[in-house]
Each structure stands twice: as structure tokens, then as C-alpha cells.
Design a protein around this ligand. Structure first.
Ligand code: SF4
Ligand code: SF4
Length: 374
């Protein structure tokens, strides 16, 4: 199973509890960035462009725990930078696991194998390994040869020691859909428990500005990748988010769903945009002009964004926020196409030549509008 049942239950009861209490905005995943330092310099990265003194700095475990306790989100994702470069990362992870948080430690895996002995396998801990394509494409994306093979070795070692391992794949313009399908097969062969896929965000600071996807390009690429989606492919994402990426479902961004805490404080408004910082989580929630963000706001910076950190919380809330949403998700899991409502025809998908002609699991060429969370 790509996500432990206990995690699904925790998230479902958390969301339903918040909704029953009428809480309008609540976080789902805390994005905890304990440092910005990295041992790679990927062309599409917008996180490592800081002065030396910032790159050398780290959040203390105490600061991490305070942020986690303030925010109360049931899931904590630890990106960076490269978290395994943090001098006290095991202390941070173990403290979060002791708090029964579901922790996803995002890593490029260069230091994973040598770091494994610091950690204990647990249903609360998964290593989420950065994998942007099969060997050639991944090494190109991370701008260094041999990284794909290192990551495969590390995944194998982690699996052998009983750790949960997932992958995260960020896609850019020019990707060949069939090659991403090859990657999915390779990852399933390695025994990873779930894959996460997302388009990259067009960071203005990233060195490569030529390969970010516009919205319709994202839809075309994900339709091509997921056409005839194989049942063996396990994604640790909601079926609704995968439908959203294929343009079959409309969702609005939920920027507060994945709040970000890092060396500067609570980042406004989301993981991708960097428009000021707050000292406390309550201040972030109370004082951010949320209506200025998301596609419907008209904000230029949001128009092409379909990134998981903005839209996966919307999909989760739509899944567990009503019986209708929950049944719709079951329907998708079972491969039953969505019933069209508020239809808008989209251009046909660019189905890759090797794809079977059968309709993708749970797919439809129709767009369904779900309740928009505000
Ligand atoms: S591994 Fe991640 S944090 Fe490091 S440079 Fe690449 S994208 Fe940025
Ligand atoms: S649409 Fe994207 S960039 Fe805009 S607020 Fe949401 S997550 Fe951030």
C-alpha cells in the first residue's frame, strides 16, 4: 500500500474533524526546511540561491519541534536543501516520529545509504527520493552524472533495512512521457511504496528558465504519462490530484494547506512563493492576504502553477470533506470514470505511441468541477 492505513485514517479524521468544527483554513502538511544547503545544484531548483552564511545555517531541533507543535499538521515533509546534510537531522526526525507525525524526508539520496544507521524503520517515516526520470534524464536534471545509480543503490539499501521509500518526480517541458513511464516501472521494480509526481514551479531564481511548463503543457504531459495508467503504479497522491493534473477536474489552490517553516520563519504565502515571513503560525494564518493567491485571484505568479503543495491539500479536502467527495475517490480508485458535470471539452491527450488504446484508469476527457475551497 502506497500510504499506511493508519496515515489515511489520521488524515481523514483530521480533515473531517476540522470541517465539522467549521475551521475554514487548516494545514495538512508542514513543509519544514531545516536548511538550504545542498550537495547538488539542479538547474530547476529555486531553493539554494542564498548567501553563504544562510547556506551554512541550520534550524535547531527545538525550533523544528516548536513549529510542528504550533502548526499541528499530521504530516511533516522535510525538504531543503538536502536534509541529510543537517548536523542533527536524526534528532529532528526521531523527535517528529515520537510525536506520531508522518514524516517524509525528501532527499537526493547521495548520503542516504551512509545515513541509514541513524534512523529506525517506522510506519511514521518514509524517505522520499528525488527521481526526475530514468538514468539519462535524471542525471541531466540534477546536472551530475551517476546520481541516478547512486539513488537506486540507496533505495535498495533502505528497502533491505525495512524502511519505507517513496519517490518524488518533478517534471519540466521537453520530458518524454514514455520515458517517465519507464521510470515508474523501474521504481515499482525497486519496490518503492509510492510515487509522487508534480510539475515544477517556475522559480524566478532557478538557473534554467526555459523548461517550466505552462498550464496546458502540464495537462498534455500528464495526460500522456498517465494514459493507460498501469495498475501496478502506486502513487502516494490522491486520485483527484492526478485527475487535476490531467485537466479532468478543477481545483483551486489551498496555499495554507502546506505551510512552510524555515530559517527565516513562516513563509508567506506558500512553499513556492517567498513574499515575507511571520514569527508564528497563527500570525501567518491570520495576516496573510490569502485572496491574493491562487489562480482565481488573477495573480500572475499562480496562473501556471499546478504544483502538489498548492493543490494536493485541495484534493484531500475535497476527498474527505463530504461523502460525495469520498465516494468519488473510491470510484476513481476502482477505475470508474467520473460522471461529467459542468463539462468543458479539453483537447485530446497526446497519447504516447506505446500506450494501450484503453481509457486510463478512472480517466475521462471531461472536466468535473469540485467544490472550491476558500
Ligand atoms: S537536490 Fe533538491 S535542493 Fe538540492 S539542488 Fe536539487 S532540487 Fe535543489
Ligand atoms: S497557485 Fe501555486 S504559487 Fe500560487 S499560492 Fe498556490 S501554490 Fe503558491
Amino acid at each position: 500500500m502506497s500510504v499506511p492505513f493508519s496515515q489515511m485514517w489520521t488524515v481523514a479524521s483530521y480533515v473531517m474533524g476540522r470541517q465539522l468544527r467549521g475551521v475554514k483554513r487548516y494545514p495538512l502538511v508542514l513543509m519544514l526546511e531545516p536548511l538550504f544547503r545542498c550537495n547538488l545544484a539542479c538547474a530547476g531548483c529555486g531553493k539554494i540561491q542564498h548567501p553563504g552564511e544562510v547556506l551554512r545555517d541550520e534550524l535547531s531541533p527545538e525550533a523544528c519541534f516548536k513549529a510542528v507543535d504550533e502548526c499541528e499538521a499530521p504530516i511533516v515533509s522535510i525538504p531543503g536543501g538536502e536534509p541529510l546534510l543537517h548536523s542533527r537531522i536524526a534528532e529532528i526526525v526521531n523527535g517528529l516520529v515520537a510525536r506520531k507525525k508522518y514524516v517524509y524526508l525528501c532527499t537526493n539520496a547521495l548520503k542516504l545509504e551512509e545515513s541509514l544507521e541513524q534512523f529506525t524503520p517506522s510506519k511514521f517515516l518514509a524517505f522520499s527520493v528525488h527521481m526526475d526520470g530514468p538514468r539519462e534524464e535524471h542525471d541531466q536534471a540534477v546536472c551530475r552524472e551517476g546520481v541516478f545509480d547512486d539513488a537506486v543503490r540507496a533505495i535498495t539499501a533502505a528497502k533491505q533495512r525495512g524502511f519505507r521509500v517513496t519517490t518524488n518526480t518533478t517534471l519540466y517541458a521537453g520530458m518524454d512521457a514514455n520515458r517517465i513511464r519507464v521510470l515508474f516501472d523501474q521504481m515499482m521494480d525497486l519496490g518503492v511504496e509510492g510515487m509522487m509526481i508534480s510539475p515544477g514551479y517556475s522559480y524566478s531564481k532557478a538557473p534554467d528558465q526555459d523548461h517550466f511548463l505552462a498550464r496546458q503543457q502540464t495537462v498534455s504531459l500528464f495526460r500522456a504519462i498517465l494514459a493507460g495508467s498501469k495498475r501496478r503504479w502506486q502513487f502516494n497522491q490522491t486520485p483527484l490530484f492526478l485527475q487535476f493534473l490531467q485537466g479532468n477536474v478543477d481545483l483551486e489552490c489551498t496555499p495554507w494547506g502546506n505551510p512552510t517553516y524555515n530559517l527565516f520563519g513562516w513563509q508567506r504565502p506558500c512553499y513556492l512563493l517567498d513574499e515575507g515571513y511571520c514569527e508564528s503560525f497563527d500570525e501567518l494564518m491570520a495576516t496573510t492576504a490569502w485572496h491574493e493567491y491562487g489562480r482565481a485571484s488573477g495573480n500572475d505568479k499562480c496562473q501556471d502553477c499546478m504544483v502538489h503543495c498548492g493543490y494536493e491539500p485541495s484534493a484531500v479536502a475535497a476527498t474527505f470533506g463530504s461523502w460525495q467527495g469520498f465516494l468519488r475517490t473510491i470510484q476513481l480508485q476502482l477505475g470508474v470514470p467520473l460522471r461529467p458535470q459542468n463539462l468543458r471539452e479539453l483537447p485530446p491527450p497526446d497519447v504516447p505511441p506505446e500506450s494501450p488504446s484503453a481509457a486510463p484508469v478512472g480517466s475521462s476527457n471531461r472536466r468535473v468541477r469540485l467544490p472550491v475551497l476558500k
